[in-house]
Design a protein around this ligand. Structure first.
Ligand SMILES: [Zn+2]
Length: 339
């Protein structure tokens, strides 16, 4: 596999103390403390000596600068365990010389940046830390952070860094997730019931859908107004909504195309005005104009033609079948227009 090195490195001095190439895919991070607030150059001088028989892939100086001493393709001699170092990227961090071997804020910030970068380039999707040595050294439950004290009688990485391993994992994972999210735009399955070039037609369909209880919205795509019901990230849910719509008598299909949201307007109900010649019905049980007397029951279901009008006094005469003529006055508000 093609290994790369961190672009965050500002100083490189390759150490002779290494095994080339490494024999295992990089899947582990091992953080060490230097036991000295040194620079990346000083670390480079230390690892340059063959007599030291030691190295690390990266080092972080007290000032937050990052050095490289063993390329990622090679195994560093760092953690007193060949198997660990063949699979791990080892990082030495400048620290105090005494317990708890604290590292300063700049170095700690650089460590988070470097570990995030290592994970990204090597396909490590998530850092998993455990306070249980057995979990760490046996890589149980996805554990992929180890420490020097697991393999040698040392306090490395010091309690300051050891106690922050959980926090390091959490922060690196937060950054890894934040960077992954925009690369996978969410596909939404939209259930579409109609597309119209005339908006009022789309409004009319939307009104019918709303009347049947469907949560409806409209988008404009090109010159078409599209009426949609629901946008689902799971296609099965879109399928279910499509079936529901079809069962209710609507056309429906699924699209992943989005558009510009458009406001649905209530369709204009043409306010027809009652006038002479209009076809009207007399409201059930409405009385004769100016009286309490009701019409005979057979009058109400029929449609009547307006004969004449005077204010709110409307006279209807013939019914639309031509069978009946009643020439009766009815109050305007007691009539409903048919056409
Ligand atoms: Zn160490």
């Amino acid at each position: 596999m093609g290994y790369t090195n961190s672009p965050l490195v500002s100083y490189t001095k390759i150490s002779p103390n290494k095994t080339s190439p490494r024999n295992h895919k990089i899947d582990t991070i091992t953080i060490h403390c230097v036991v000295g607030q040194c620079s990346v150059e000083t670390l480079g001088e230390i690892f340059a000596k063959e007599s030291r028989q030691a190295s690390s892939n990266y080092g972080i100086g007290f000032d937050g600068r990052i050095g490289m001493y063993v390329e990622e393709k090679d195994r560093s001699w760092c953690s007193s365990n060949a198997a660990n170092d063949h699979r791990a990227i080892t990082i030495e961090v400048a620290s105090d010389t005494t317990h708890p071997y604290a590292v300063n804020d700049k170095a700690y910030a650089a460590l988070l940046d470097l570990v995030t970068d290592i994970c990204k380039r090597n396909g490590i999707k998530k850092l998993v830390w455990s306070t249980d040595k057995n979990q760490r050294v046996n890589h149980l439950n996805g554990c992929n952070m180890t420490v020097h004290r697991d393999y040698a009688n040392k306090s490395c990485p010091g309690d300051y860094l050891y106690n922050r391993h959980g926090e390091i994992a959490a922060e690196v994972n937060r950054r890894l997730n934040a960077e992954v999210a925009p690369e996978t735009p969410k596909v939404l399955y939209r259930v579409q019931t109609g597309a119209f070039s005339v908006k009022s037609n789309a409004d009319a369909l939307a009104a019918k859908l709303k009347a049947k209880g469907f949560d409806t919205y409209m988008v404009k795509v090109g010159s078409l107004y599209k009426v949609q019901v629901g946008a689902f990230s799971v296609k099965a849910n879109a399928d279910a909504m499509m079936k529901k719509l079809k069962d209710a008598g609507f056309e429906a299909f699924i699209t992943t195309e989005s558009g510009t949201p458009v406001t649905i307007e209530a369709p204009k109900t043409e306010t027809k005005v009652i006038k002479v010649g209009s076809k009207v019905k007399i409201k059930q049980n409405a009385p004769v104009y100016g009286k309490t007397t009701k019409f005979q029951s057979w009058v109400y279901p029929l449609t009547w033609i307006v004969h004449s009008m005077n204010g709110d006094r409307v006279v209807v005469n013939k019914d639309t079948t031509g069978k009946y003529a009643i020439m009766s006055p009815v109050k305007l508000s007691d009539l409903t227009i048919v056409e």
